[in-house]
Design a protein around this ligand. Structure first.
Ligand code: PMM
Length: 293
C-alpha cells in the first residue's frame, strides 16, 4: 500500500475508540491519556497500526458533533503519531480527516466510503494518503432497515465498485484505496457470514487491498450463541472468535484485519503467514487467496 509500511503478511490494525458508548469496548478508552496508553499497549501486543475513532457507529447510534469528534480524536492521533505509531483516523467527516492528517494520521478510514460527506474525497485526494472505502448504506441510526439483499456478495461488490469509482474520479490515487465489506453495517448475521465466505471473490473482483473488520461484531455473537434464540455472549467474550476470522482473512489474502484485542489476531496472522510459506514449497497446494477447487 503506497504511503504505508509494507508488511509481508496480513497487517493487524488495533482499535482505539475514544467514545463513551462504543458497543464493543464500552467507552473504556475515553480520556486522552488512557487512549494513548491503550494505543501503545496495542502496538506492544503486535498491532502494526492503530485506528483512532471518536464517533460510535454501533447500530442505532446517533451522531456526535464535529467539535466533540475533533476534541476526542486529535490529541490521541497526535500523541500516538508522536510516539512513532502508524495511525489511521476512523471518521466520516472531511474536517476531522484533514485535521487528523495534520496531526500525524497516515490513513483515513471512512466507514461511509466517502458517501457521508461530499468533502471527504477531495480532502483525501489533496492529502495523498491511503483511504479505506467501506461498504455502507446509510447512517447507523437506521441502518438495520437497509439490510435487505437478494445477492449480498454481488451487491456489496457492485456498491463498493461505485464508491471506489467516485473516489478515483475525485482524485484519490487507485493505489491509495483499500476496500472493506463493512461487516455489521446494514447487514444481518447471514450477510456477514456470506461476505466472510466470499473474501477471495471480493479480493479478486475489487482488485484492491482488503480490510476485514469482524472484531466482536453481532454475527460472531450469533455464531457463538448456544441456540438460534439464545442470548449471544457479550462483545468482550468474542475475541477468540474474532481471531478465528483473522486467521481466515489472512489465509484469503486480506491486507489487514481491524481488531480490538490484538494479541490473538497478531498470532493468527503470523500462523497464516507461516502456513502460506509452507504451502509455497508444496506442489499442488493452493496459493493464498485462491478459491478452493
Ligand atoms: N467497524 C466499526 C468501526 N469502524 N471501520 C472499518 N473500516 N470497517 C469496519 O467494519 C468498522 C470500522 C464498528 O465499530 P467498533 O470500532 O466499535 O467495532
Amino acid at each position: 500500500m503506497a504511503g504505508l509500511p509494507e508488511w509481508d503478511r496480513c497487517a493487524v490494525m488495533g482499535v482505539v475508540n475514544v467514545t463513551p458508548d462504543s458497543f464493543s469496548d464500552g467507552g473504556r478508552w475515553f480520556d486522552t491519556e488512557t487512549a494513548v496508553k491503550h494505543g501503545l499497549d496495542l502496538v506492544a501486543q503486535g498491532a502494526d497500526l492503530v485506528d483512532v475513532g471518536g464517533e460510535s457507529t454501533r447500530p442505532g447510534a446517533a451522531r456526535v458533533s464535529e467539535e466533540e469528534e475533533l476534541r476526542r480524536v486529535l490529541p490521541v492521533v497526535r500523541g500516538l503519531a508522536g510516539e512513532g505509531v502508524v495511525v489511521s483516523v476512523d471518521t466520516m467527516r472531511s474536517s476531522v480527516a484533514a485535521r487528523a492528517v495534520e496531526a500525524g494520521a497516515v490513513l483515513v478510514n471512512d466507514v461511509s466510503g466517502g458517501l457521508a460527506d461530499p468533502g471527504m474525497v477531495p480532502v483525501v485526494a489533496e492529502a495523498r494518503v491511503p483511504f479505506v472505502v467501506m461498504h455502507w448504506r446509510g447512517q447507523s441510526i437506521d441502518m438495520n432497515n437497509r439490510a435487505v439483499y437478494t445477492d449480498v456478495v454481488g451487491e456489496v461488490i457492485g456498491e463498493l465498485t461505485d464508491s471506489v469509482r467516485r473516489a478515483v474520479d475525485g482524485g484519490i490515487a487507485p493505489e491509495h484505496i483499500v476496500v472493506d465489506p463493512g461487516l455489521g453495517f446494514a447487514k444481518r448475521a447471514e450477510h456477514d457470514l456470506a461476505l466472510v465466505a466470499a473474501l477471495s471473490r471480493l479480493r479478486a473482483e475489487l482488485a484492491r487491498p482488503l480490510l476485514v473488520a469482524a472484531s466482536r461484531k453481532r454475527f460472531l455473537g450469533r455464531v457463538l450463541a448456544d441456540a438460534a434464540d439464545a442470548a449471544p455472549p457479550p462483545a468482550r467474550e468474542r475475541d477468540a472468535a474474532t481471531a478465528a476470522v483473522s486467521a481466515l482473512a489472512a489465509r484469503e489474502g486480506a491486507w489487514a484485519v481491524r481488531v480490538h484485542e490484538v494479541r490473538a489476531s497478531a498470532d493468527a496472522v503470523r500462523v497464516a503467514r507461516a502456513v502460506e510459506s509452507a504451502a509455497e514449497a508444496l506442489p499442488g497446494i493452493r496459493p493464498v487467496g485462491e478459491a478452493p477447487r
